[in-house]
Ligand binder design. Structure first.
Ligand code: ATP
Ligand code: MG
Length: 283
């Protein structure tokens, strides 16, 4: 039987979440920090731990069948791969930022200026699209200090909370792209049976993450009012309670819907509300 290879980041911002996702898919492997390859004992899969920059090319060239990497890295390396699944973590944006006291206030103000970045390919495409003539200074890291050092007028860098920009006296003013971690495969790999199985496991984990199992008690007289507030995956289960005239409602709902409805549910007569995590949802 053939063994698939999936490339994930060896260390850095995506490592922990990538490992967690694969473990939640029921895959059993050692997360050796020192080795490059870790075999999965209960699925025909090997995990390759790599620098994230190398992942798109390894997948394009078929050295790895699958990879987990930020969209920003795929865009920058300009490879040809299939996007198989968005993974919902590693969210960030590539932004252009200037110093707080800069006289650059809009995109056209970048004409004739220099921008330091580790993402020259994405930035160059963006500037072309916006019809801006600016000099791109490609550097390999610590981009945020370059305006302070007089190396550039602006920077183009990844931002998640904005804290790093702020602490370096910078303010963002243009979004170049937004990004999250994605599962990629070589072109056509989506038709492979084993890859399909893995994608389905990943989807069931992602689905479960967004939803909660909710149990609550309500008087029969108020049941319909509570049910109207709870759109479930299927219709909710309603079970009688030992106390006459009361029922328990069990349902599965998206977490974001739940928090916005909690006060309405209480008003409608819901009591003893218990919210539980779900491990997997297999449709
Ligand atoms: P490697 O050693 O693997 O090359 P790296 O230093 O290039 O690692 P990290 O800083 O670990 O990369 O970031 C990995 C990915 O995490 C980024 O490519 C991006 O998709 C995502 N990410 C999420 N938030 C941020 C952020 N605030 N800054 C940088 N990257 C972020
Ligand atoms: Mg990198």
């Amino acid at each position: 039987m053939k063994t698939l290879k999936i490339a994930i980041q060896k260390s850095g911002r995506l490592n922990e979440k990538s490992v967690e996702l694969l473990k939640n898919c029921g895959l059993s492997f050692e997360n050796y920090k020192s080795s490059l390859i870790s075999p999965v004992s209960n699925f025909p899969l090997e995990i390759l731990f790599l620098r994230d920059d190398d992942i798109p090319e390894y997948v394009q060239d078929g050295i790895a069948d699958l990879g987990i990497v930020g969209e920003n890295v795929i865009e920058e390396t300009e490879v040809s791969v299939a996007y198989l699944q968005r993974l919902g973590f590693g969210k960030c944006s590539l932004k252009i930022a200037v110093t707080n006291n800069s006289d650059i206030t809009d995109l056209s103000g970048l004409n004739g200026k220099s921008i330091a970045t580790t993402y020259p390919a994405i930035l160059s495409k963006f500037l072309k699209k916006e019809n801006i003539q600016a000099e791109i200074r490609t550097i390999s890291g610590s981009v945020e200090i370059s305006p302070g050092l007089g190396l550039s007028d602006a920077i183009c860098d990844l931002v998640s909370t904005g804290g790093t920009l702020k602490s370096n006296g910078l303010k963002p003013f243009a979004d170049v792209m937004s990004s999250e971690a994605v599962l990629i495969g070589s072109k056509g790999s989506e038709n492979d049976e084993l890859i399909q199985e893995l994608i389905q496991r990943i989807q069931s984990v992602l689905r479960a993450k967004e939803t909660k199992y909710v149990v609550l008690n309500v008087e029969k007289a108020n049941l319909q009012g509570v049910l109207d507030l709870l759109p479930g995956v299927k219709s909710p289960s309603v079970l009688p309670l030992a106390e006459e005239g009361w029922v328990a409602v069990h349902t599965v709902i998206p977490e974001r819907d739940f928090w916005s409805r909690i006060s309405q549910l209480k008003q409608a007569g819901a009591q003893g509300i218990v919210v539980m995590p779900i491990e997997k949802i297999i449709l």
